[in-house]
Design a protein around this ligand. Sequence first.
Ligand SMILES: *Cc1c(COP(=O)(O)O)cnc(C)c1O
Length: 222
Amino acid sequence: MPETLQEKLDLVQQRIHAACGRAHRDPAGVRLLAVTKIFPADVICEAYAVGLREFGENYVQEMEDKAGAVAGLQGARFHLIGHLQSNKTKKAAQLFSAIDSVDSVKLARRLDAEGVPLDITIEVKLSHEESKTGADAEGLADIVAAVRASGNLQLKGLMTVPPWSEDVERSRPYFAKLRELGRRHGIGELSMGMSHDLEVAIEEGATWVRVGTALFGKRRKP
Ligand SMILES: *Cc1c(COP(=O)(O)O)cnc(C)c1O
């Protein structure tokens, strides 16, 4: 079992490489988003020290609490991957380089109105789970248009989180669907796959995998 962060990172990178090999993909086309939610700021500093630069956080308030401690990490970029309420766009625009969870036209407009450049990924909900956030596939075109019409937002990608299952093959149809939506809307980046199902996501075209547990271990409950 890997113990240090470096060993865990090596293992995650081996998994990414192996999946790319099977899918005949260049590993350079799959980027790793290190998900540090619930972990303290020194875990981000440790991750930075082993070479990680792109970080995912779920909560605006938590990022605000950590921001001071990570301000000196040159080149580190923070993505908001958790749901964003439209009354928190000002803080979010200050704290994050990328908002990966945009799920409405209203939210896109509010983020644009904050007047700072932001990379945008639209979160799409492809299952019928009540608990999940994200735009319906039917509403996607309007959000895409709103982001493309904005002055400050750069449309980068689509994200999805399939329903949790022990059986990673159950994620595959959701990932394939996201790839199809990306193709249809001319959107290049696909953020899909987490610690347990990143291989399937890469086989289906993920350009970002979001990995928390496999790098940092189990999270305590928020
Ligand atoms: C927490 C979280 C992850 C990381 O999940 P792990 O299973 O710990 O790798 C990825 N994406 C989102 C949206 C998350 O909330």
